[in-house]
Design a protein around this ligand. Sequence first.
Ligand code: UD1
Length: 419
Amino acid sequence: MQKLIIDGGQPLKGEITVQAAKNSALPIIAACILTEEPVEIINCPHLRDIDAMLDIMRHLGCQAEFDGDKLTITCRDIALNVINNDLTGKLRSSIFILGSILSRCRRAYISRPGGCEIGLRPIDLHIAGLKSLNVQIEDDYGVICCDGSEMAPATISLEFASVGATENLMMAGVLLDGETTIVNAAREPEIVDLAAFINAMGGKVEGAGSSVIKITGVKKLHGCSFEPMPDRICAGTYLAAAAATGGNIVVNNIVPEHIFSITDRLRKVGAKITVRRNSARIVMQERPRPIHKLETNVYPAFPTDMQPQFTAMLAIATGSSVVIENLFENRYGFTGELVKMGANITVRDRVAVVHGVPKLFGATLKASDLRGGAALVTAALGAEGRSVVYGVEHIDRGYEYIERVFSSLGANIRRTTAF
Ligand code: UD1
């Protein structure tokens, strides 16, 4: 167990490069099951969620080796072992591995993912979509048993544009004989990246990034070398932290349109943002201005994964903001920790009212989920005095050495063992 010790109040200054996207690398790793040949993932971030996905891959008989930042995965033979609770419990999104196993092996067994700290996260859309592809599914005391021996392509209309369900079904269709169409598909950039990866292996996926995706089945895929897209949520987190500390930083390795909804809101709070081809500079010389209404929704709207960090930044705004969380039912757990720092936030269901205060003060804090943890770090960096953040393992799920990134921007932050 580790903790972060942060002495706040230092404006962030300097230049950083954003890691590759966790939410892109995870489905890409799952998609490696679609080929027997080795696949190289370049600049793969070292994250707890990636480790959890690699544990699942190894459990299925795949080989996965890091050489520096290059990850090589070979899935020559797949062992159809049950992916049990110990594995799915560490990574909720493990459910989307079903699609690639079924496409390749026509059978799969996985424990139902358990509860989640930010919401209910049901898997009904995944199951309904796979059933549309004629997969027979039974729940055997919590183990989802999938028989895809009669699998066939189909047109699937998603009730809601779920990111994970879209990825799962895209992978499921890759090795089927014929055309699978996903209607009301999610349009997140990570879906486009997954399609590019599948196509780099010789697959035929068209329309990713729009709400209709067509997958034309192929007989076989081959290995390839692929670099996942930059992490738009990490980029947004560093920009929000710069805004919360009155900083002046350059964030390299971004795709400007991926983070438009974030930079747009940062301009609204008073930040000066200069965007170049693959970098952005933020200069913040005043306390943030409030945002009348900050509402999360599916891409290209403002991302739910940035809501906590923005709520933390708005805690020191010059007025009151209203935050509306439309994606997850329970994503305000971190606000109780911000209140310990002097924030004035009231939450009711999916709405948080944030009355800005002139400053926050250091406190002992506990992260209980990934982005909530990033919000606590954001608040602590801007606060007066020392904060100690426990629960760093949640932050390590998605940020590669977060303390190194912020130290390189002049923050006083270090990691030590927690007792
Ligand atoms: C992905 C991201 C996560 C992000 C989320 C929304 C990964 C690994 N994770 O998660 O960081 O916060 O997109 O942008 O890429 N839902 C159902 N039934 C289902 C599936 C989803 O009701 O079968 C609901 C969920 O409970 C949630 C909403 O749909 O309320 C969005 O979920 P989804 O888009 O599936 O998110 P994930 O793929 O889990």
